[in-house]
Design a protein around this ligand. Sequence first.
Ligand code: FHN
Length: 589
Amino acid sequence: MRAVDISAVKRPTRRRATGRDELAWWREARFGLFIHWGLYAIPAGVWRGQRVPYIGEWLMFREKIPVATYAPLAAKFHPRHWDAAAIVRLAREAGMGYLVVTTKHHDGFAMYRSTVSPYNVVDATPWHHDPIADLARECRRQGIRLCFYYSQDLDWHHPDGAWNTWDYAKEKKNPDRYLREKVLPQLTELLTRYGPVGMVWFDTPLTLTRDQSASIRRHVKRLQPHCLVSGRIGHGLGDYSLPRDNFLPPGRLEGDWETCATLNHTWGFKKHDHEWKSAANLITTLVDLTSKGSNYLLNIGPDADGRVPAPSVQRLRAIGAWLRVNGTAIHGAAPSPFRYEFPWGRITTKGRTLYFHFFAKPPRLFRLHGLKTRVTSVAALAAPRKKFLFRQTTAVATGTPILALDLTGLRFSAPVTVVAVQLAGPPTVEALTLQQPDRAITLIGPLARVGTDAKAATLRMGGNGLTENWRTTSDWLQWRFTVLQPGTYDVTVVTTHQHLEPWSGGHTLRVDCADRTLRRKTTREAILPGLRSAYFPQIATRFGRLVFDRAGTFTLRLQATRLNLAKKNKTLFSDGGIQFSEIRLVPSR
Ligand code: FHN
């Protein structure tokens, strides 16, 4: 079978109005700890002496291990180094506000004391101990919200659970019986025995009907009305949305989102996965996601002895050290008022304060285009007493507001230095994409107008900021944007794909702008550097040049003239069409 990433939510969550703001604590936290721990930590990615590719907790599925062979792993589970207090302390030290632990993953094994099924950590292991009870106690004691991961659809142990077809014939499966016999009663246990639960983090809604997802949601809310339900309950019925695993959106997202991500490449412990992301990468990612309106749920996978891998501990502590200085720009922060990213860093907001997060030492005279609100003072978060000079002017040709900061004496501290910009009122900015001082212009999908030459467009912008269902040559994307510096610009179209799935390329696209038409086939000319490319390679195709003969507002339209809709590009989660990310306009040399 082709490796697929099974993290997609087919439909983004619709926000519903409730009397009280159930998401307030979750928005305040912005950063949470994910814990994947289960029997899969014993083989740790190795089966019958062979390294098994893909994520560790999928080993049973990858190797099609019969239940009769996999279940006896439980007899070996006796984690001598399990220390719930230390793990919760680690989450606190990292500056996290909540913790989501796997109570039952796809292998069907309950990591808590369950009377519904003897296949659980207390009854089936020599340890006879409930680690979820430990975590519940420690979360209460240390002030971290306790949340439960629960695999509501895939279950490779229960005969009626989804996707174990090597032990149990698909035709004989009765999914309703699985829900009735296992999912709902186990949720009752989880939501009645451990005190208040912040959220049930459901996952991989691959076979559930809308009614089934709805009945699970109702069940949770009946037992704990304030408990949140993750977007992966399916059918848009969650309290917030999730993009795919490790996905970083091209621009600001609308609504409430959470990206869950790994520290190396696996969720459940794998002894051979040593590709740890650097602390700088993780801090930058936290900033990036906060600026785009997404929480960051970052995973650890304890080993079979209960130990958290040392590289995970080091990295979480490094993030915590950064947050102790800069946390006010993250915790409870709202996204950037600008919907696109900047090459120099990101912006987060709190009330009348904008936080400029610099990813490298900024020039002494730093400029930003498009902020309309009056600035009242500017200081670094790390040294708030020193105030920097600033000036606000207007570009004559376009009326664009320009903010200039004199950052003389700013001490840059890697990886991200934060400068707080106080405003006289709530931030307002130019709505159109604007050329910034680096002179590049990036047109992202979420800022495009979707149009069509036919009656109705089938193309739409997915909630995650990538295009969906681009299946006809009648549909197009169109932007209006402001150029400040006339000149010749190189045009690059960037498309993407989940790195384990096929890239849908070879489409002929046409760019119309400034009295020119450029036409090219999307080919893989380069992968753009940057955080986003790690799991979703940003594939660049050069489209030629445009000339802007004046400063002002222009329109650019992108349309396909020939689509290459190959069947092989369709996966469980991709319709096989173009996953458009952005167009970059960069001054020609
Ligand atoms: O299949 C699971 C995977 O094992 C892991 O739990 C991740 C975490 O988001 N969720 C599913 C894949 O997206």
